[in-house]
Design a binder for this molecule. Structure first.
Ligand code: ZN
Length: 380
C-alpha cells in the first residue's frame, strides 16, 4: 500500500508481511476494510492529480483539495446550530458509518473493550453507593474567596459540597509524593470529555499518565446539556488569575483562584508554578456559536456534591472562586462586584469499607519506557 505523504513522495513502508501499521500500535491486515477504504481514496487522489497533469496548468493544492472534497468524500451531515437543542453525538450515533464502522467524528482516543478506558463500573458503582460503611476522616470549610489544600489517601473518597448554595470551585490534584505528577486537564478532555461526571477519571501528566481519581458521585449528573449548550464540571477553561484580571480589568486583585491555590499549597512547599489547569467543579460552561468560552450561572443548590475516589495518595487543593456562582460577569463592560454571590464550600474525606474495594488495584504509571528514540534504531 502506498499512502499520500505531504512532502511530494510516496510514504515508504519498510516491510511487507501482509499487514500495515496502526498509528497507536498493532498492525492490521492489508485486506482490512479500513485499509482498503483508505487505499481507495489514495488511489483516487492519485488519479485526480494524474488527470490534472494533462491540463494546461498544474492544479494548486487548493484545487486538488476541493476536487477531492467534491468528487470523493461523502456528503457531510448538516450543521446544527448550537442552542437549538442539537442531538449530542456519541458512540453508536448516526455519525457512525453506513457499515457500522467508527466515524472520524467519534472520540479520537479510544481503547479496546477491557482496555484502560473501559472502566469497571461494578467496582466504582459499589464504591460510590456503599456509603453506610464509610468513616469520615477529615472535614472542613473553604471560606469564600479562599483556598485550602489537603491530603486524600489512596482508596479514600472526597466530597466537595455546596453547603450554603451555588458556588463554583477550582480543583487541583497532585501525587502526594511527587508534585511533578498532577492533573492534566487537556488530556483528560480527550480521554474522557470536556465536562466530566460519574465514572469519568481525571488523568495525570506525562510521563505518568494514569488516573489520579475516578468520579464516584455527582448530584448534578443528570444536568446533561442545556438549551444553550451549557454543561457542568468543566475542563474547557481554567482558573481565574490576577494576571488576566490586571490585563482585562486594569486592576489588581489578590483573591482569584490562581492566588487562592498558590496560598493554599505553600505549607507543602509548592508555589504558583505548581498550580495548574483546573477542573471547574459545579461550573456550567460551553462554547457559543462563535466558538467562544462562556460561563453560566452555577446550577447547583445547597447540598449538591461532587465526589471522587483517590486512585493514589493525593494532595488536593480547592479555591472557592471569587466569582461565586458566576451570575455576575467578572470581565468586560458588564463586570460587577461578585462578593454577594460568593458562598463557602465543604470538604469531606471518607475511608471506604474494604468490601467496596474488593478488586481495586492502584493504577501503575504508563508502561512506555521513555526511550523517545534516543537509542539508535536500524530502520533499513
Ligand atoms: Zn475563579
Amino acid at each position: 500500500m502506498r499512502g499520500i505523504w505531504p512532502y511530494g513522495q510516496d510514504l515508504p513502508i519498510a516491510r511487507d508481511d501482509g499487514t500495515t501499521g496502526r498509528l497507536f500500535g498493532g498492525r492490521v491486515g492489508k485486506d482490512d476494510p479500513l485499509v482498503e477504504g483508505c487505499g481507495d481514496i489514495d488511489e483516487a487522489v492519485v488519479d485526480l492529480v494524474r488527470a490534472s497533469a494533462g491540463e494546461a496548468e498544474a492544479p494548486s493544492h487548493e484545487q486538488v483539495a476541493s476536487r477531492v472534497v467534491a468528487e470523493l468524500l461523502p456528503p457531510q451531515p448538516p450543521v446544527v446550530e448550537v442552542g437549538a437543542c442539537a442531538p449530542q453525538p456519541s458512540s453508536g450515533s448516526a455519525l457512525v458509518g453506513h457499515d457500522g464502522s467508527m466515524s472520524l467524528t467519534d472520540a479520537a482516543y479510544q481503547s479496546d473493550p477491557g482496555g484502560p478506558l473501559d472502566l469497571d463500573r461494578d467496582l466504582y458503582g459499589r464504591i460510590g453507593s456503599m456509603t453506610e460503611g464509610r468513616e469520615l476522616v477529615d472535614s472542613f470549610v473553604v471560606p469564600i474567596r479562599s483556598g485550602r489544600a489537603w491530603e486524600v489517601p489512596a482508596g479514600h473518597v472526597c466530597r466537595i459540597v455546596t453547603i450554603e448554595g451555588p458556588q463554583v470551585a477550582d480543583l487541583n490534584l497532585w501525587n502526594r509524593h511527587d508534585p511533578r505528577e498532577r492533573l492534566w486537564a487537556a488530556r483528560t478532555r480527550q480521554l474522557q470529555s470536556a465536562h466530566v461526571s460519574t465514572f469519568d477519571r481525571l488523568w495525570s501528566t506525562l510521563p505518568f499518565l494514569r488516573p489520579l481519581v475516578t468520579i464516584t458521585g455527582d448530584s448534578l449528573e443528570d444536568y446533561g446539556v442545556d438549551e444553550e449548550g451549557g454543561r457542568v464540571h468543566d475542563l474547557l477553561g481554567t482558573r481565574c488569575d490576577p494576571y488576566v484580571n490586571q490585563m482585562l480589568n486594569d486592576a489588581p486583585f489578590d483573591y482569584h483562584c490562581h492566588s487562592n491555590l498558590t496560598r493554599a499549597v505553600r505549607p507543602w512547599h509548592l508555589t504558583e508554578f505548581d498550580v495548574h489547569d483546573v477542573l471547574n467543579v459545579f461550573q456550567c460552561t460551553g462554547l457559543n456559536e462563535r466558538d467562544e468560552y462562556f460561563m453560566k450561572t452555577c446550577p447547583a443548590t445547597k447540598g449538591d456534591y461532587f465526589e471522587f475516589f483517590a486512585e493514589i495518595d493525593l494532595l488536593a487543593a480547592l479555591s472557592a472562586c471569587p466569582g461565586g456562582d458566576l451570575s455576575v460577569p467578572m470581565f468586560g463592560p458588564e463586570a460587577g462586584d461578585t462578593e454577594a454571590v460568593c458562598r463557602p464550600l465543604g470538604i469531606e474525606v471518607y475511608s471506604v469499607p474494604d468490601e467496596a474495594l474488593a478488586g481495586w488495584q492502584p493504577p501503575q504509571r504508563a508502561a512506555y519506557a521513555q526511550d523517545h528514540g534516543l537509542r539508535a534504531r536500524p530502520w533499513a
